[in-house]
Design a protein around this ligand. Structure first.
Ligand code: GAF
Length: 388
């Protein structure tokens, strides 16, 4: 599949520009085992890169002219590096222009380039095609023009692209997983310091399976930015009562609870979720290290309940998928994954129960919503890399 994607992208480059691409890069999507909506709240997260990619075929040119070709959309966008780069109507181009704008602002010296990209990361499924596009572009330009930008800075610049050119005030999890992913390893990332460690994501006879609700979402128009504002307001209120609280990480649930009236029910629920979720990530990492997959599954399910009832970022379809999955013997845990309002559920399932999970949920889902459930078996893979 990876090979097919590389071939398709490089062939298209050769056809479009009458010459083979100088370099080819693969930029992966991600899963997140647990730790949702806590990356922008100074929490910890447990993501991993997966074997779904955006492939970039790219060559430098001698002028400042740039041509971007989105193969899957059959669209092109051309501009000059000397132009004043601003967000444009074609949303996909903004994920690229945002990175170039930052590189120019930071004074990096580049020339123009020709680029074709194509993807196996489904769009709107919560597998972070956005971060793969943002980071992949900066990684490729970094290599093409020997800019010597660190991996951490590539991830941070990718995040800035979302903030400035896309309008989504996301955290750092997706970009970090894309750049730092490692085969068969999950990453435990401290989103305050960006310290991280890898740990074995070997789950014995269990594995993760993604079920796509087919409910499409875009963080720009979903409630993502609103949630971020809500918890920022909540934290200010908490800090004004408890000056020792520096961030949600140093805040306890009883402190949040003591301010229930002052926070109001909405902010109380949002802040409660964040404090509890940060705690759950630590417990989940410990459970995986101790092969306690029952516990991991329970924590995943608790996360879903919190995301659905307190953070309110789930939807009817995802709630249905999680509830029905939990009825199947051999499924230890299930929850919505990513920013929410649509996309995939992630299921922790025994190898022997996988087929039953897929069959039962597919038929229940079509019966209930008249929509086909998509199934994504995934493998934990390496992060961004050059393949040619
Ligand atoms: C989206 C964001 F991009 C991430 O930063 C993160 O907040 C996630 O939603 C929720 O955990 O993927």
């Amino acid at each position: 599949m990876k090979e097919e994607l590389i071939l398709k992208t490089s062939n298209h480059f050769a056809e479009r520009f009458n010459t083979p691409a100088t370099s080819i890069f693969l930029s992966p999507g991600r899963i997140n085992i647990i730790g949702e909506h806590v990356d922008y709240n100074d929490g910890f997260v447990l993501p991993a890169a997966i074997d779904k990619y955006i492939c970039f075929a790219i060559s430098p040119v001698q002028s400042d002219a740039c041509v971007l070709v989105a193969k899957d959309l059959d669209e092109e966008f051309s501009f000059n590096l000397t132009d004043d780069l601003k967000p444009v109507k074609q949303m996909w181009a903004n994920f690229i222009l945002g990175g170039l704008h930052q590189l120019k602002q930071k004074g990096f010296k580049m020339k123009g380039f020709q680029l074709v990209f194509s993807s196996t990361i489904p769009i709107g499924a919560g597998l972070s095609s956005s971060a793969a596009l943002e980071c992949g572009l900066i990684y490729a330009i970094n290599d093409l023009f020997s800019l010597r930008i660190s991996k951490q800075d590539i991830a941070l610049m990718g995040q800035q692209t979302s903030h400035t050119f896309v309008g989504v005030k996301c955290g750092i999890m997706d970009q970090f997983a894309c750049v730092f992913g490692k085969k068969d390893k999950a990453i435990k990332l401290d989103c305050t310091t960006l310290d991280y460690s890898y740990f074995d994501a070997d789950l014995d006879s269990y594995s993760f399976l993604l079920l796509d609700s087919n409910v499409k979402h875009e963080h720009l128009t979903s409630g993502y930015n609103v949630r971020r504002e809500e918890v920022e307001t909540g934290l200010e209120i908490i800090k004004s009562h408890y000056p020792e609280v520096m961030s949600f990480r140093s805040c306890t649930f009883s402190q949040v609870k003591s301010l229930r009236t002052e926070l109001g029910e909405n902010l109380f629920k949002r802040c409660s979720f964040v404090v509890k979720e940060i705690q759950r990530v630590n417990e989940a990492a410990f459970s995986i290290q101790n092969n306690n997959f029952e516990k991991l599954g329970t924590l995943m399910f608790e996360t879903h309940q919190g995301l659905s009832k307190d953070y309110e970022v789930s939807c009817t379809e995802l709630d249905f998928l999680v509830e029905k999955a939990m009825d199947i013997p051999g499924v230890l845990g299930a929850r919505m994954m990513g920013g929410g309002f649509g996309g995939c559920s992630i299921n922790l399932v025994h190898q022997e129960s996988k087929d039953e999970l897929i069959e039962k949920l597919s038929s229940l889902y079509i019966e209930k919503f008249n929509v086909n459930l998509r199934v994504f078996p995934i493998h934990i893979s390496d992060g961004l890399c050059q393949v040619q």
